[in-house]
Design a binder for this molecule. Structure first.
Ligand code: 5MM
Length: 338
């Protein structure tokens, strides 16, 4: 399959992406919150339980993995990428090496991982990956994000994307403007506009085929400590407006991160966006916490109760699948763990 086909399949109507690429440090925090020891065995069992769920087939077009996970063999005999493929989904891999303090603007970060990337991509392709992910992180405050952060992170995202397409995989371009802070929704709109513009400038300079990419942005949302809350309708209108103005129409799919929204907020906001989506973009989810939080709680209650873990995951996958078509309803959440 060529990369343009893969990009469309990852975001096919009714489906989205499961971001299960927490690095060892991030999954340590998630496991700590449920009192589970951060052991390789526990990481494997939790993830293989999700990837072996019945909801995968209908609602999950792709799964983003971490380096350790793509190399693991499940207790079912298959490798992790084989298990994902068996459920009709495409395996992908996070290839950045994390957001590190940026020289010259130490409170901000630059995402690293370009050195040796060409060789690593070949290895991941051979392991079954057909798409990749790289996340740049921008914080909002009175002085941030700086021009330095906007420019250098966009440059890295573009160099990464060009290498990934050379290796015949689809790059997910993830510029995440964080929700942390007391800024209002209009500030988020303005910063996201600047960030997206610079990303697409650089992608063009680096001759990236936009039809073979997927964008993973934040929604346009007020900061988590902002006093003025926004309705889902306002979030949807501003998000769609920002994307239509700043994302080239060649990009086939946009898959949002949940970024700290609750599971239900993330489904509701995605649903509102799709209800008014009059663009040609396939608009869906690429959630980590937004898909896994309830399943993780079940894993914390009883690691052996696979049925409950899978029920919680299947429910979120279905809810977000409906949201990707604008068909989610609040009533469907009644009685759910979320
Ligand atoms: C799943 O978390 C991803 C990886 O995090 P680290 O590299 O920090 O360990 C993260 O990039 C994720 O893919 C996105 O932020 C989306 O996840 P959320 O939870 O925001 O939907």
């Amino acid at each position: 399959m060529d990369i343009r086909e893969i990009a469309k399949r990852m975001c096919a109507k009714g489906k989205g992406i499961l971001a299960a690429d927490e690095s060892t440090g991030t999954i340590a925090k998630r496991f700590k919150s449920i009192n589970v020891e951060n052991l390789e065995k526990n990481r494997l069992i939790f993830r293989q339980t999700l990837f072996n769920s019945s909801g995968m087939k209908d609602y999950i077009g792709g799964v983003i993995l971490f380096d350790e996970t793509i190399k693991q063999k499940t207790t079912l005999g298959l490798t992790i990428p084989e298990l994902i493929k068996q459920h009709g989904s495409i395996p992908g891999i996070k290839v950045d090496k994390g957001a590190k303090p940026m020289a010259g603007s130490n409170e901000e970060t630059i995402t690293e991982g370009l050195d040796g990337l060409r060789e690593r991509l070949k290895e991941y392709y051979d392991l079954g990956a057909r798409f990749t992910k790289w996340r740049a992180v921008y914080k909002i405050s009175n002085k941030y994000p700086s021009l330095q952060s906007i420019k250098s992170n966009a440059h890295a995202l573009a160099r990464y994307s060009a290498l990934v397409q050379e290796a015949k995989m689809v790059p997910i371009v993830e510029p995440e403007v964080l929700m942390d802070g007391s800024h209002d929704i209009d500030k988020c709109y303005k910063v996201t506009t600047d960030v997206l513009n610079e990303c697409y400038n650089e992608l063009e300079i680096h001759k990236v085929d936009l039809k073979g990419t997927v964008l993973k942005p934040n929604m346009i949302i007020p900061g988590s400590e902002c006093k003025n809350k926004s309705s889902s309708q306002e979030i949807a209108e501003k998000t769609l407006d920002c994307l239509k103005k700043n994302v080239p129409s060649d990009v086939p799919g946009i898959a949002f991160l949940s970024g700290g929204q609750s599971e239900i907020e993330a489904s509701k906001n995605l649903n509102e966006i799709n209800k008014i989506n009059n663009s040609n973009f396939l608009i869906t989810f690429s959630y980590g916490r937004g898909l896994q939080a309830s399943a993780l709680k079940e894993f914390g209650k009883d690691q052996e109760n696979l049925k409950n873990i899978q029920m919680a995951f299947n429910h979120r996958a279905k809810m977000n699948g409906l949201s990707s078509k604008g068909e989610w309803l609040e009533d469907l959440e009644k009685g759910s763990a979320a």
